[in-house]
Every structure is written in structure tokens, then in C-alpha cells.
Design a protein around this ligand. Sequence first.
Ligand code: AMP
Ligand code: MG
Length: 488
Amino acid sequence: MAFTLTGIDACQITLPTPIPDPYWVAFSPSSAGLVTINLNASNLPADPAWLSLLAGNQLLTKQHDFSSPIATAYSGHQFGVWAGQLGDGRAILLGDIAGQELQLKGAGKTHYSRMGDGRAVLRSSIREFLCSEAMHGLGVPTTRALSVVGSRLSVLREEMETAAVCARLAPSFIRIGHFEHYNSLKNIARLKELADLLIADHYPHCQSAQEPYLELFKNISERNAKLVAQWQAVGFCHGVLNSDNISALGLTIDYGPFGFLDYFQIDHICNHSDHGGRYAYHRQPQIMHWNMACLASALLPLLELKHSENDAQTMLRNALEEFPLIYTDSWQKLFRAKLGLQTIVEGDTLLVERLLQAMHDSKVDFTSFFRGLSSISSQTPVKDISLRDNFVDREIIDEWFKDYLERIKTETMNDIERSSLMKQANPKFVLRNHLAQKAIEMAQQDDFSEIKRLMAILATPFDDQPQYEDYAKPPPPGENHIEVSCSS
Ligand code: AMP
Ligand code: MG
């Protein structure tokens, strides 16, 4: 159900501002399936009213009436500092279809736009579209993207660009920042209303718990701990893990200056504006934990309705301490699967850590290395493993391969079984920055074919798709330093 809190401190009816001459840039038939949109032969909606709807130019189709769209208020911590009220500055929630909320990003100014223009540029909209669908293909919880509609409307960023509107879908777009908002206003009634709404719609089993709000916290925290472990396992860096960009459903949300690792650097910073590296790859788990602490603080007043301040704090603090345990357990499971290990043996974590250290030292491509590892035979002499050529220090990696081959021989699976399972844990294709960049540059020349191609490849990233070998390769020299920043 769509956000139902109303009033100046919650949400505002906000009509999208139309864009001139809307045109299709991208459309996801797979997302359309979620909301049962009828498609025509070219995989676009059969009803042409959808183009106008997803541009924000009209609010009706034959089946749907979205005439009360809203923008919601939220607050949050940006780069670790309390930033006060933020809110949907350029996102407008049209309403619900088939259990999904439909939101337009970049559809014009809202009550919460502050100094912004309410718009998004074509470049960032394509990145959000492709990455949402790529993450879904990888099995990582995410908001989905339905479409990108472009316009000739000019938008000023570092340079002049053109506007686009990205339509997103999620069962709910509620963020940690929504809770922080009411807590900061000391509006406990609203805070409770929001928590009750989230529980009723998305965490109904919490209702019967002895401590529903504590249970809600534990559930949100658990989902986000598992989410960040999945990011680490596919080499995804979010880029702006501010508390307003953290979903209350544990979905990856707000794709901005994200990046998938090409060569492995444990402290890789994907966001050019993140000078201190707060959101570097290796910090993501700790930062997500920190964001869960923000959520715990925001929910504290709800536990205090029944308990003393001290007891409420203790309950939440104890629940918060579960985060690193859940994260570590998920991370270990995922990385054991990446190495093709089904049993648990002491020393497995060290084996993973030694590999990551060697990959870091030699700047080894993250995705293609693990994919390559999925095909080695346990009988191959270490000196014949071609993957070792990626490493500068052969002695260290040879030692590692020796231990690894011994370890996989202790498993009951044969090479073929292990390889097939490992390929399900090690994608061949991820949305590397240079691939997204090529699709963007072509789209800026009105050629949208590369977006379609990428969408198709990334829908099944664990399949071999031998005809697309080039898309699995690391970026060519010179294309691995594409700079992405918060400006979008
Ligand atoms: P972000 O860094 O994209 O998560 O955005 C932080 C806050 O700024 C959110 O409240 C956004 O809605 C808002 N915002 C970002 N870009 C714009 C824009 N162009 N116009 C209005 N608000 C924006
Ligand atoms: Mg955001």
C-alpha cells in the first residue's frame, strides 16, 4: 500500500511537472510483468498513454488513475552528519499497482526540493535503470526500474545536459530517514503510525511479537546486514550510504555514483565526491551498521512507550549487536560459495582473506577472477593454472592455489558439480562503469540499442552467453577511471 500518512510533516500531494516531447529511452518488460502492463510487439506498453504517464505528463491510463501523487518528507544523516529535513526532492509517488509503488524520479520540483530543480539527467537515469535491473538479475534485493523517458529539456549540472524521468517500482520506498524525520520532530504519534504501517504491510509477523517495534528493528537490520554482504560478494559499491538512502525493506535504493569493482581494491571509492572514503568498499558493512544505529535511535521512543529509557536502550543495543554477526555469517556463506565450498572447515575465512589480500596487492579483476576460478580442475598442477598470471607475487598466489586445491579435494562434489555451483555464485557479467558509459553515450546520440543489449545480458549474468565475451572483460586501459559523483 502506498504511503498513507498525510499532512505537511508527512507528505504533500505533488503533481509532476510535464516535460516537452517525451520519448522512450528504456523500458523493462520484466518490471512491466510485475505490474501487469500489457506490452505490444516491440515490448513497450500497448497503451500509448503510458509514455505520457511515465514522463509525468498525465496521470491516467485506461486502467489506472494516479491523480493524487505525493512526495514524502524524510530527514537523515549525510556523510555521518545530521542534515535535517530532506524528503523526496525529485521523486513523486504516483500510487500502487499490483502491490508495487510506482515512483517517478526526476519528475519536477516538490515541496521538498530545497535548492534543487527536481530533475534528473539522462546519464544518471540510464545508470539507475540499468543497475536496478542488473542487481535484480544478480539476485540482490533492489528497487526495480520500469522505464526511462527522455526529453529535450535542458538541465544544468557541471555542464548542460538533458532531462529524463526514471520510473521505479518497490513494495515500499520507506527509508530509515522517514523514521529519523518523525523522531527528530519528536512526533511520536507519527512515528508510531509509520512503524505500524510498515509492520502491517511488510512485516506482519512482527505484530504478534511481544515487542513489535523491537522485532521490526531486528528484521530491518537483518535484511540490511544480508544486503550489504551480497554487495560485497558481487563487488558492488553503493557510493552514498546516507541514512536517507537506506531502505526499510533492505532493498538497494537510490542509485547514484555507484560502481562495481573492476580490479579489486579493498578500499575502492566509487564516488568521486567522497573525499574521505567514508563509503569505500570495505567500509560498507560498518556504515550499514551505523545506519542501523540511526534507525535504533529513531525507534527508541516507541520502545519507551512500554519500557524505561534504560531498558529500551538496552533492548535496542542488544539487537544492534546482532548486525555484525548476521553480516559475517552471510559474508562467509557467500564467499564460501564463491570458492565452491559446501562444507565448513576452520580456516575457510582465512583462505578467503588471503585470496582477497593477494587480489588487492595485484589489482586483480574481481568479477572475471572469481568466474575463472569456477572452471579450474582440482587436479591441475598449480603452475598450469592460468589465473596465477594475474598476480605479481607468484609465490604467494601459488601457495594459495596449493591450499585451495587441497581444500576443494576435501569436498564431496566433483569438478563438474562444483563448477556449475560456483558459476551460480560468481556472475560473469556485472554493470561495469565503462559498459554503462558506452550505453549512455549511444543514447545521447539517440541510439538506445546498447541499453537493450545490456539489459538482456545482465538479466542472466550467471549464464555463459559466449556471444557476449567482450562484456565480461575488464575495461580497456584508459576506461577504468570513469568519474562518477553525486551530481545527477
Ligand atoms: P541523493 O544524494 O540523491 O540521495 O539526494 C539527497 C537529497 O537531495 C534527497 O532529498 C533528494 O531528493 C534531493 N535531491 C537530489 N537531487 C535533487 C534535485 N535535482 N532536485 C531536488 N532535490 C534533489
Ligand atoms: Mg537519495
